[in-house]
Ligand binder design. Structure first.
Ligand SMILES: NC(=O)CC[C@H](N)C(=O)O
Length: 225
């Protein structure tokens, strides 16, 4: 069977770690990893990962590379996974954007808060509750680095439904986010979600040796959609 071409947007951020994780996967389909820096690179890809980094910088560099519109068009027909800064870029709207605004690619019916875990709690680790990922009863130890927070999930009736893939346990939310009587179903506990062929994670699965999210993206979003 032909191999599939998974692109990783390689303008800034943790693209090398995503590449290493993809190359560790052992699937019954070969994976050809394409580091995407130009529209020509993107045109070779069956799917794309947008890494963590700095969402404003990634958007600016994408504009300079002539990639913004091709990326928006790509997301309308092919699977895209955004991690952390990449998750911000896939959202419909963002709170806490830098002065001058934030260019978004959109594609997922999410409102997200940039740096939403608060400035003091810049990085932390947490075991996640999983749904649909392989071996889901084993928690996934996730790294959050100035991570965004999902504020609202708002698919309209024409949008593909949203599946929650991982939540952070309520008692591990940073105190700044806690409110009295907060429900375990609160959108702020959602740290991984799938909508149609797209995947969004607010943490960094590429910084662990646990490749279950990479496997989930390739197997469930790319090969089955
Ligand atoms: N680790 C990350 O990707 C951080 C995201 C960063 N806070 C941003 O707004 O883009």
């Amino acid at each position: 069977m032909d191999s599939i071409a998974i692109g990783i947007l390689a303008l800034q951020g943790a693209f090398a770690e995503h590449k290493a994780a993809l190359l560790r996967l052992n699937l019954n389909r070969g994976i050809n990893v394409v580091l995407v820096r130009t529209p020509e690179d993107l045109s070779q890809c069956d799917a794309l990962i947008i890494p963590g980094g700095e969402s404003t910088t990634i958007a600016l560099l994408a504009r300079l590379a002539g990639l913004l519109d091709p990326l928006k068009e790509f997301g309308k027909i092919k699977p895209v996974w955004g991690t952390c800064a990449g998750a911000i870029l896939l959202s419909e709207s963002v709170v806490g954007a830098k002065k001058g605004g934030q260019e978004l690619l959109g594609g997922m019916s999410v409102k997200i808060a940039r740096n939403g875990w608060g400035s003091q709690v810049e990085s932390f680790e947490a075991p996640l509750d999983l749904n649909g990922v392989k071996d889901a009863s084993r928690p996934f130890q996730a790294f959050f680095i100035r991570a965004p927070v999902v504020l609202e999930l708002s698919p309209s009736s024409n949008d593909p439904p949203v599946t929650i893939v991982a939540r952070i346990p309520l008692d591990l939310l940073p105190p700044a986010l806690m409110e009295e009587n907060m429900s375990e179903e609160d959108p702020r506990t959602v740290v991984a979600l799938r909508q149609g062929r797209h995947l969004l994670t607010t943490f960094h699965p590429e910084l662990t040796e646990d490749d279950r999210f990479h496997e989930y993206f390739v197997a469930s979003c790319v090969l089955s959609s």
